[in-house]
Design a protein around this ligand. Structure first.
Ligand code: PLP
Length: 482
């Protein structure tokens, strides 16, 4: 006999008992089960409707249940769901690779597919390392010990490149990663412009400054970088960074020109530049790729999240002809990239990624964005005036709103008050799903959001902030978290 469908209570219980949620304190977790989506809206099992204010973790682009994206997947499904990309290929994935080479900045030609962003950055680090190894041992015995001295990587403070061990080695969000520091290799960290340097006091060799000191300017960050390159450039394989916006670090927006200046330094000192556009790629900042705003083409580009419009897991690491060539040789040279993921280049994911690019092109989505971006900018300026909102940052269709205990001094709320979490939970009552980064409320809706929907989303965020920051003095936080 068929078991009856589980009821709501059972589903909630199973969720709490058996699903270990990412970045979530499971002792405090309260289930919310999203059953379906439509455009920018998500519906829970009780029929409540929410605007998807974080694009389902920064990856949805054209909305949910987009008819063309749905059809692209079913059409591919009628052919084949998955074939390996180890030593063979399929037409859909090949077409996607060609399209990506076409639309990414000049010089990026060779696409290595994987299944998630962390894998894409891991691959980038390994490709960069192996590139130098092979470039610096021309003609050497392939089985010999590595001769490259270029073993170091440079990354920005507060950067985020994924959660696997290699990725957290170059990541700088210490509250996520410091516990694992004995297990990771240590990137050299450089200050993030616009940030007060609070780089890890323990794990890295980076600058350590009194946390109360003033913010680093772009010029200071660049001077620091140049000094580092001058002193240790011959040991450095690559610099990895998120261009324009360091997303998971708290929506930290770089000053205009910073990326271009970093690119110039990496060229001058012959250091590879890896750009991680996993969060900012595919239109988030207003251009297809963030680096195009500063006319920068990296040596290695990492894509994920929005690559499939947020439909299926897929990521890509795209490199230049020059890097690729260093991997060519006979079998006995051992120069292949011995790295791969079972589902890398999955045809279903490739099919939906291709169709997403078609939609970008045919609906001229990027042409409509400036208006929506201006609307976001105006509303965020208004929210910035609230008594418990400190700094706000916005770039493209992405904004970060800092909640502060004291607007005048900029003093933060105590960590244990979990104000960011409480605001985002309260926003649900106003019909919006938001996700916080500490006490920063993040606004990152799907690019297809209409003007009225964006107004509703921002109104929900504002209402939740007002509610929680006003009651904060009188209601103990436990009540709201429970
Ligand atoms: C999300 C993210 C990653 C990691 O991607 P996953 O698919 O979660 O592994 C890497 N870099 C940046 C900038 C990201 O935002």
């Amino acid at each position: 006999m068929l078991k009856q469908q589980p009821n709501q209570t059972e589903l909630h219980a199973w969720d709490k008992n058996h699903v270990w949620h990412a970045f979530t304190q499971m002792a405090e977790y309260e289930p919310l089960l999203i059953e379906r989506g439509e455009g920018v809206y998500l519906f829970d099992t009780e029929g409540n409707r929410y605007i998807d204010g974080s694009s389902s973790m920064w990856c949805n682009v054209h909305g949910h249940r987009h008819p063309r994206l749905d059809a692209a997947i079913t059409n591919q499904l009628a052919k084949v769901a998955h074939t390996t990309n180890l030593g063979l290929s399929n037409p859909t994935t090949v077409r996607l690779a060609q399209r990506l080479a076409d639309i990414t900045p000049n010089g990026l030609e060779k696409v290595f597919f994987s299944s998630d962003g962390s894998s894409a950055t891991e691959a980038a680090l390994k490709i960069a390392f192996q590139y130098w190894h092979q470039s610096e041992r021309e003609g050497a015995n392939p089985s010999a010990q590595p001769t490259s001295h270029r073993t170091k990587f440079v990354a920005l403070g507060e950067s985020y490149h994924g959660d696997t061990l290699g990725a957290i080695g170059v990541g700088g969000v210490d509250r996520f990663t410091s516990i694992f520091s004995p297990l990771t290799f240590k990137a050299i960290r450089v200050p993030t412009p616009g940030m007060t340097p609070t780089l890890s006091p323990t794990a890295d060799g980076g600058p350590r400054t009194d946390p109360s000191s003033r913010r680093t300017t772009a010029a200071e960050a660049l001077a620091y970088l140049e000094q580092l390159f001058r002193n240790e450039g011959n040991d450095i394989a690559a610099l990895i960074m998120e261009p324009l916006i360091q997303a998971a670090g708290g929506i930290l927006v770089h000053p205009p020109g910073f990326l271009k200046a970093v690119r110039a330094l990496t060229r001058r000192y012959d250091i590879l530049l890896i750009l991680d556009e996993i969060a900012v790629g595919f239109g988030r900042t207003g251009t297809m790729f963030a680096c195009q705003q500063e006319d920068v083409s990296p040596d290695i580009l990492c894509l994920g999240k929005g690559l499939t419009a947020g439909y299926l897991p897929m990521a890509a690491t795209i490199t230049t002809e020059k890097i690729w060539e260093s991997f060519l040789g006979c079998h006995k040279d051992g120069r292949a990239f011995y790295h791969g993921h079972t589902f890398g280049g999955n045809p279903l994911a490739a099919a939906v990624a291709l169709e997403s690019l078609n939609i970008f092109q045919e609906e001229q989505l990027l042409d409509y964005l400036p208006e929506r971006i201006a609307q976001l900018q105006r509303y965020v300026k208004k929210i910035a005036e609230l008594p418990h909102v400190g700094d706000t940052r916005q770039c493209g269709l992405v904004a970060g709103i800092d909640l502060v205990a004291n607007k005048q001094t900029g003093d933060a709320y105590p960590w244990e008050d979990a104000m960011g979490t409480r605001v985002c939970l309260a926003a649900r009552q106003h019909g919006a799903l938001l996700r916080q980064l500490g006490d920063t409320v993040v606004i990152m809706p799907p690019l297809c959001i209409r003007s009225s929907e964006l107004a509703d989303l921002l109104h929900a965020a504002e209402s939740a902030i007002r509610e929680i920051t006003d009651v904060a003095v009188s209601v103990p936080s436990g009540n709201l978290l429970a």
